[in-house]
Design a protein around this ligand. Sequence first.
Ligand SMILES: Cc1cc2nc3c(=O)[nH]c(=O)nc-3n(C[C@H](O)[C@H](O)[C@H](O)COP(=O)(O)O)c2cc1C
Length: 186
Amino acid sequence: MSPNRTIRSRELLLGVSGSIAAYKAAELVSLLGKRGVSVTVLMTAGAAQFIGPLTLATLSRRPVVTDLFDPACPDVEHIQMTERADAMLIAPATANILAKLAAGIADCPVTTAALALKPSTPLILAPAMNTRMWEHPATRENLRRLKSRGARIVPPAEGLLACGTVGVGKLAALEDILKVLAKALA
Ligand SMILES: Cc1cc2nc3c(=O)[nH]c(=O)nc-3n(C[C@H](O)[C@H](O)[C@H](O)COP(=O)(O)O)c2cc1C
């Protein structure tokens, strides 16, 4: 089956965390929408420093979850979202989010939804960070733990990073992220 057919009409939770690459989430949501995926965006407070929730709400045509304690979106809704989800993608995933997921912490909409996912629901992580953060033993260990629990990792690419250095850490190409998502949903 073609990747586009695999992902059409699927229900996706997209977690966006506080990386400079968070602006790319707008293009990602737009691409997913064009391919017929229904996307609910959850953001960390850090992500909202880099891209406005209104942008992602407009592109996804759904409210964006930015606050676990928003009375308009009670906590149980985060659990219900995970019941409906065919997959959860976190892109970009910060070093901080990887550490929290590895430790089972649930202190924001993104980590809470990830922890509440049904065991059969694929979790795809597309990290983006500075090379030293990517190569840090803590991040390596967190990735090993997450992979051993079944998370799929879309590794970052090499290139010129926002901090001005060249190295591994750029968010993977959006098409590569979509390919891993399609494979996870197949
Ligand atoms: C300008 C700027 C860019 C940043 N880019 C990244 C990044 O690409 N990857 C990353 O892991 N952290 C990055 N950080 C650090 C995170 O924003 C910080 O660790 C934050 O606590 C992450 O919170 P969150 O994971 O809840 O979104 C950046 C911080 C700043 C100020």
